[in-house]
Design a protein around this ligand. Structure first.
Ligand code: COA
Length: 334
């Protein structure tokens, strides 16, 4: 499998930390120093499927393929606009595709799981071209009265089209049942036969420090295993793309692995944690900044509620874009 095209979509509304100061007992200084986040995009008026469609269309166009060429659409999302149909089915027609569609529900590690799934379909000969879209609207799941979680998340979609090739060098997936440290709930319509105590308030609940420790440990361990499987030491990776959950997690993983300085890009300052969309968005920014070159080796690592995690080693094969996009897509480097 290799990446043929890449796209992204951001809802237009940007919410800066100072705006959160108006509704919560928080401060720009606290959020920036504890998380690295300065602002995030919030879905207001739009839909998760709308973001997914926009990102998917850009990735298709970038790949030179059309929807009719797709053998499968894989969407990763914490929650689409509806429980069903899936986001992938919702966008299929507008993409001009006529292929199987499924949504993967793997929280923030969704993009890595989707790459591995697509690779398996392509290797087995069941599919040649697959569109992967990671589309998230976590602002709709957040409890906006809980300052310890709602300040972290942003909405976005990132997409890639993959096809046969030698790009995915290794993959390492894992899952550990830890609902106690991070979970998100949403309420359905009340059922007259349910006892009242079954009604749970919606929102994302998290033991921040436990998640932090878990994330640093599992991300570093996954990356080492994936690098070992690919037989390429971490020090030789051209880029290490880590899930954008917290700037301090990114720095801690980089330190633990001894990554070559300047090789760990980050866009969390302007996007926040966009769950499964964060890695394809980072890849998009790196590509459009003209920093990804054919032959570059990338290590990717994602982790999230479950707790699920995954890392993979990818050889980049696409030529640089004809035009460099900046400064909108600014990046920081560790
Ligand atoms: N503004 C101001 N104060 C806040 C705050 C906010 N937005 N959120 C929490 N605080 C307060 C807490 O109430 C606590 O106050 P107290 O000492 O009076 O009790 C204090 O800040 C310290 O809280 P703590 O939870 O120890 O902070 P932290 O340094 O661990 O940072 C997180 C909190 C959530 C930023 C951090 O733990 C984290 O990023 N964890 C990982 C989360 C994550 O990545 N989740 C998604 C995984 S995909």
């Amino acid at each position: 499998m290799k990446i043929l095209g890449i796209g992204c979509a951001l809802p237009p509304q940007v919410v800066i930390n100072n705006q959160l100061e108006q509704i919560l007992d928080t401060s720009d200084e606290w959020i920036q120093s504890r998380t690295g986040i300065r602002e995030r995009h919030i879905l207001s008026g739009g839909t998760v499927a709308g973001l997914a469609l926009e990102a998917g269309q850009e990735a298709l166009q970038d790949s030179g393929l059309t929807g009719a060429d797709l053998d499968m659409i894989l969407v990763t999302t914490a929650q689409g606009d509806d429980l069903f149909p899936s986001v992938s089915c919702t966008i299929q027609q507008d993409l001009g595709a006529n292929c199987p569609c499924m949504d993967l529900h793997v929280a923030c590690a969704g993009f890595i799981y989707a790459l591995d799934t697509a690779d398996a379909y392509i290797k087995s000969g069941k599919a040649s071209h697959i569109l992967i879209v990671s589309a998230e609207g976590l602002s709709r799941l957040s409890d906006w009265s809980d300052r310890s979680t709602c300040v972290l998340f942003g909405d976005a979609a990132g997409a890639v089209v993959v096809g046969p090739g030698e790009g995915l060098l290794s993959c390492q997936l894992s899952a550990l049942s830890r609902r106690d440290i991070l979970f998100g709930t949403y309420t359905g319509l009340p059922c007259p036969f349910s006892p009242p105590e079954e009604k749970v308030a919606a929102g994302i609940r998290m033991e921040g420090q436990e998640v932090f420790k878990f994330a640093v440990g599992i991300s570093a361990a996954d990356l080492l295993k994936a690098a070992d499987k690919a037989d390429i030491p971490i020090a030789q990776m051209d880029w290490v793309l880590l899930h954008q959950a917290n700037r301090r997690i990114i720095d801690a993983v980089s330190r633990r692995l001894g990554v070559t300085p300047g090789r760990v890009p980050s866009n969390i300052h302007r996007l926040g944690n966009t769950s499964s969309a964060s890695i394809p968005l980072l890849m998009y920014d790196l590509y459009h900044a003209g920093l990804l070159e054919p032959g570059h080796v990338l290590a990717l690592s994602g982790f999230g509620s479950g707790m699920v995690s995954g890392a993979c080693i990818l050889r980049w094969d696409k030529p640089k874009p004809s035009q460099v996009k900046d400064p909108v897509h600014s990046l920081h480097f560790t």
